[in-house]
Design a protein around this ligand. Structure first.
Ligand code: S3P
Length: 174
């Protein structure tokens, strides 16, 4: 049985870039849940949301997560920010993965996401800042519940710094 790590956290926290770096350092495969969904569905997350709505996206997300959790090799999986919403997903994640929460402060996320709204259907509203704040507050307890380890990003830390800090914390935690 390989070691499986899942990265969770709000949109824009760096799951994908940190995950790729972690996977390379751990000589593990890297998978991104959103990219996997887009590959299977042959359309972008935005198109999927527009055509089918959020509930349908969540069902596909749950199904894809469940399938990827069966993989046997060493794996780093980056999850979409809302993958922790269904209780069954949180249970699956804690059972099948060592879950790391990348916790970035709200103010920083608002700054980052202002530049990265394109392609994120939940952030297309005019009152974007309010929406981010609301989602962030609702999801905090869910990230907390699902994770085995919290990595708190500090101002100025690069992707490399984050990957190093998580590697160190993993070595201590396991
Ligand atoms: C979502 C986050 C996105 C993507 C979808 C919904 C969310 O992934 O799954 O747009 O509900 O937070 P990222 O966290 O990788 O942006």
């Amino acid at each position: 049985m390989g070691q499986k790590i899942a990265l969770i956290g709000f949109m824009g926290c760096g799951k994908t870039s940190i995950g790729k770096m972690l996977a390379s350092r751990l000589s593990a495969s890297f998978l991104d849940l959103d990219q996997e969904i887009e590959r299977i569905e042959r359309r972008s997350i935005r198109e999927l949301f527009e055509a089918e709505g959020e509930a349908a996206f969540r069902a596909i997300e749950t199904e894809t997560l469940s399938r990827l959790s069966q993989r046997k090799e060493n794996l780093v999986l980056s999850c979409g920010g809302g993958a922790i919403i269904p209780p069954a997903n949180r249970q699956l994640l804690t059972r099948e993965f060592f879950v790391v929460w990348i916790h970035v402060p709200l103010e920083e996320l608002v700054k980052r996401l202002a530049r990265e709204r394109e392609g994120r259907p939940l952030l297309k509203d005019a009152d974007y800042e309010e929406k981010v704040k609301k989602l962030f507050e609702t999801r905090l307890p869910l990230y907390q519940e699902a994770c085995a380890l919290t990595y708190r990003w500090k101002d100025g830390e690069s992707t490399t710094d984050s990957a190093t800090a998580i590697m160190d914390a993993l070595a201590l935690a396991r």
